[in-house]
Design a protein around this ligand. Structure first.
Ligand code: 6PG
Length: 243
């Protein structure tokens, strides 16, 4: 087994990871003190099963949907009906069950390019938050879900790209992605990710052994820079852990 990050829960397989994450999200919603609960969704393929579960009979009645606000950690700058769009993936995943109770999705606009879309999404977040400066004592998100790219990226914060170094803006354009799909992106920055009560990485599959090993060896990869004002943890399946 490879060395794993601190605060890792090892799960048997991808289905177990998704179920553990669904239980984790239910627990966060049950203990949230505020009326509104802000969940930041990750993209890519790993979290799709989690989102399907949340909308399934097993979980749909366990969540306070009218209090939930769903945001995105990043998206690809493609039309929302494009197979590469995280909006499409999320709509398909949440829509697979019965019709969801009323809830609040805050999608990243992708029809005017990365620069304009990033500014617009930052305004969306600031309007929700009610201020233009993040207060460490008042995190923006209750939970930020993150994935791990095979190159060590997270959200759309790719190694060597300028957005990784952003310390003021909450949202940044990524004109050139660091790995496929090579389309422009819009991403939360590390200050916005850190404005969270908790961060949860979901990592499945043998393809993630390399970035996990590189992180354990102390390499400065973007995924290793993620922080939370609260608790940061990892749900990793045995295939990724080579366990
Ligand atoms: C995206 C994601 C990205 C993803 C990782 C892992 O839009 O692609 O936000 O950061 O989490 O690339 O992707 P997989 O889950 O598909 O391996």
């Amino acid at each position: 087994m490879i060395a794993l990050p601190p605060n890792t829960t090892l799960l048997p397989d991808a289905e177990a990871t998704a179920r553990a994450a669904a239980d984790h999200l239910v627990a966060i919603a049950e203990t949230a003190a505020s009326e509104r609960i802000a969940i930041c969704l990750s993209g890519g393929s790993t979290p799709k099963r989690l989102y399907e579960l949340l909308a399934s009979e097993a979980y749909v009645d366990r969540l306070p949907w009218s209090r939930l606000h769903w945001f995105f950690g990043d998206d690809r700058v493609v039309p929302w009906d494009d197979p590469l769009s995280n909006v499409r993936m999320v709509r398909e995943a949440f829509g697979h069950g019965a019709a969801l109770p009323p809830t609040h999705f805050h999608f990243i606009a992708s029809d005017e390019g990365a620069e304009i879309g990033a500014r617009a999404y930052q305004r969306t977040l600031q309007q929700y938050y009610g201020a233009e400066t993040l207060d460490p004592a008042r995190p923006l998100f209750d939970l930020v879900l993150l994935g791990l790219g095979s190159d060590g990226h997270t959200a759309s914060l790719f190694p060597g790209k300028p957005a990784v170094e952003e310390t003021k803006a909450w949202v940044a354009p990524v004109p050139e992605a660091g790995m496929e799909p090579f389309v422009p992106r819009i991403t939360l920055t590390f200050p916005a990710i850190a404005s969270s009560r908790s961060v949860l990485f979901l990592v499945n599959g043998a393809g993630k052994r390399d970035p996990l090993s590189r992180l354990a060896a102390g390499e400065d990869l973007p995924s290793g820079r993620a922080r939370s004002e609260g608790h940061l943890e990892w749900f990793i399946d045995k295939a990724a852990a080579d366990a």
